[in-house]
Design a protein around this ligand. Structure first.
Ligand SMILES: Cc1cc2nc3c(=O)[nH]c(=O)nc-3n(C[C@H](O)[C@H](O)[C@H](O)COP(=O)(O)OP(=O)(O)OC[C@H]3O[C@@H](n4cnc5c(N)ncnc54)[C@H](O)[C@@H]3O)c2cc1C
Length: 355
């Protein structure tokens, strides 16, 4: 009754469009005011699945200091993920995530591994590879903290259970795909420790690669070998570190199992600068690149050959390390190949610098 009287012009008895407009504006304004926070809330709640477009909340579920500079950080999503990124990317993509430091508004990349910790009886630490089909969204980060560094140092002090915000995945490199009917390599031996399982017969001849890794850069080839549907060829790692046994202790069992299955050839140097000068061991390991043939050459059964024929070299680590091995990388620009790899006949077609 009141509404009808309000919108009716008392002189003419007709409905006033002006008054109708005023009424509807008066009624909808409070709704508009409340709908803003509501839609923001709904939008925030829908940001569950890991994405490049927004940050998603994860929780620190476990941390272990490997030595004074390195630690493992297990994180899990607050809300269960639909996508299994390990299956989605497999051997085809190297990927990283970004962690946000909210107080100083900076982000840093980290390369996750498909590992989780399992409780062990004797207080030692035990890691397990996430099984095929695991969509818990768990990730293990292997991180070095620098004395003056912001994010790695900050994360090393956060309490267990604390939330962190991450986004991704960022694709750092994409490999060519094997033919669709190629088999997926099994990874169960990494958890049951059974290295006596026969080498699986691939349908097509795989190609091999080198990784030159400095410090935490080693997680990049490990991601490729530990992921669901792992890399099919052999990987040779030339690793520069200060103390291999100490820095990498929880990851060494996986490295050893991968070696025993003929998927990995691992060479580490605790004084890599000297090795780069005298090149005694390096020159025996690194020859000129082998030609990349094709992805669809039928394989002649299981290969137990230990000969490795790398067609590409990836270089990942601190700036100085990359510069010495293959010349500096200029942000997104690869820059020319110089340094050690140039001296062994490698060039921009066969070397890829990762950060
Ligand atoms: C694709 C990608 C993947 C990465 N994955 C990992 C990973 O899995 N694990 C990991 O630990 N890091 C990884 N990094 C490096 C990481 O993103 C950070 O750069 C690193 O954690 C340092 O960040 P910070 O904020 O702690 O230090 P910052 O505040 O950035 O650095 C401050 C100081 O720390 C020192 N410092 C920082 N970085 C280096 C370095 N690389 N070498 C020597 N001194 C340094 C320098 O003294 C520097 O002045 C990755 C980087 C990229 C681009």
């Amino acid at each position: 009754m009141f509404i009808k009287r309000f919108i009716t012009n008392s002189n003419t008895g007709k409905i006033s469009l002006w008054r109708l407009g005023l009424l509807s504006a008066g009624l909808t304004a409070p709704i508009a005011l409340v709908s803003n926070p509501v839609s923001t809330y709904l939008e925030e709640q829908s940001k569950v699945e890991l994405s490049n477009d927004y940050f998603v909340k994860y929780r620190i579920s476990w941390r272990h200091f490997v030595d004074k500079d390195h630690y493992l950080l297990e994180i899990e999503p607050i809300k269960r993920q639909q996508n299994n990124l390990w299956k989605e990317h497999g051997y085809r993509k190297l990927w990283s995530i970004q962690v946000k430091q909210p107080q100083i508004h900076v982000v840093r990349h980290y390369t996750p591994l498909p590992l989780e910790h399992v409780d062990s009886e004797n207080n030692g630490i035990k890691l397990k590879v996430l099984e095929d089909g695991d969509s818990s969204g768990k990730m293990m980060l292997y991180i070095k903290k620098y004395e003056n560094g912001e994010v790695a140092r900050w994360m090393s002090t956060l309490p267990i259970g604390n939330e962190i915000e991450i986004r991704g995945p960022y694709i750092d490199y994409q490999f060519p795909e094997a033919p669709a009917d190629e088999i997926c390599l099994d990874r169960r031996f990494l958890n049951d420790g059974n290295d006596q399982v026969p080498v699986e017969a691939l349908k097509y001849k795989p190609y091999d690669v080198n990784f030159f890794t400095g410090g935490t850069g080693i997680v990049t080839p490990l991601q490729l070998m530990l992921t669901e549907n792992p890399f099919k060829g052999k990987i040779q790692i030339i690793h520069a570190c200060k103390n291999y046994q100490e820095e990498l202790s929880p990851l060494i069992p996986f490295i050893d199992l991968l070696k025993s299955k003929n998927r990995l050839q691992m060479h580490y140097f605790e004084d890599f600068k000297s090795e780069l000068k005298n090149k005694r061991k390096l020159n025996k390991l690194i020859k000129a690149p082998f030609p990349f043939e094709s992805l669809d050459i039928p394989s002649i059964g299981a290969s137990s050959s230990t000969t490795i024929k790398p067609v590409v070299s990836f270089v990942v680590g601190p700036e100085g390390f990359i510069a010495n091995v293959c010349g500096p990388k200029y942000d997104l620009n690869q820059g020319p190949i110089t340094g050690y790899l140039d001296s062994r006949g490698w060039d921009n077609d066969t070397v890829y610098k990762l950060s």
